[in-house]
Design a protein around this ligand. Sequence first.
Ligand code: COS
Length: 384
Amino acid sequence: MIRDPEILNALLDSVGRFVRERLVPAENTVAETDEIPADIVQEMRELGLFGMTVPEEFGGLGLTMEEEVRVLFELCKTSPAFRSVIGTTVGIGSQGILMDGTEAQKAEYLPRLATGELMASFALTEPEAGSDAASLRTTAVRDGDHYVVNGTKRYITNAPHASIFTLMARTNPEDKGAGGVSAFIVDAKSPGISFGKIDKKMGQRGAHTCDVIFDNCRVPAANLIGLKEGQGFKTAMKVLDKGRIHIAAVCVGVAQRMLDDALRYASERKQFGQAIGEFQLVQAMLADSQTELYAAQCMVVDAARKRDEGLNVSTEASCCKLFASEMCGRVADRAVQILGGAGYLAEYGIERFYRDVRLFRLYEGTTQIQQIIIARNMLRALRA
Ligand code: COS
């Protein structure tokens, strides 16, 4: 749903200009330094990007899902590390509070998340609990008006910069599955929290992940999301349903950028006396990429609209994440192929995108997990 096309178009124009004038020229520096410059993060705050998904009553832009994906299509025509700076705050780190938090929890955190004063991060994955998220072992034991948290979380995006975590921990040791898990808002400065070294990754330099270790960390009971135990896994799954549409939109944006670069190269590079884009085998790669990109974009917009209508989009979200992330990988591969030797050289940038986009098929649920969710939902619908 688009509330006001004129306001949205103005936002899309500013984001597009920001990407072209500020982010694209900084891509190499970010890759070399592994840092997003502080002035760029500040400009993202000023553009309201940290508050994209926070309702207007709490000071955010209150974008609908359709508006959000359209902003992402523009914002992601550059290195995905830039999106990652805001990604966990607008997405998986904050949405649990919005979806299931009490009014007091929303009032306490959402306004400061919206301005980017606070950054949020999502702490679900553990060394022994990745795809099987419900088997997590981090414990939260009630002690008076606090919970005492112990355990380790792994691959936590933006953990080194986070002000708060949405943490999933087991409050009922008798229940080893999803029903024993609760969600908490945890201040990153709490005593008992320490951080592992920043992970060295295949790509997305400038986006940081690390382990987060909880050692007798005391979390106020008032920070139990929704003040209800045993609901944390469902909160995480609802957050991921939305997150997967968000990531699919990111894939569309990045794929568009790679295809634009490949198209430009194909029209300029000459071999056998003409631009390589005139050769049908190169055209096939361009056309297949355009077709799949268009399909992914249509899927993302459709799923976003359905979510805006209040429908359950668990299946659609997984279809989008699966198709768009795999599409993005294929477009990256073809872009390298079209650039040939230049595609393999760092200075042309495509090899960096090729490494960056590999993550899309892994995080917020691997392709195989999306397949499982889609098929399970189909079978459940048949039985219902
Ligand atoms: N929305 C709301 N509730 C949901 C839900 C959703 N999308 N998906 C599951 N639930 C509920 C189920 O209804 C069930 O509740 P009841 O016990 O009341 O029926 C409960 O949550 C447990 O669900 P389920 O039995 O399906 O859990 P499983 O352990 O079988 O796991 C998968 C399901 C594999 C789908 C889940 O573990 C998953 O998504 N794994 C990937 C995790 C991931 O994306 N990690 C990336 C980390 S974030 S970067």
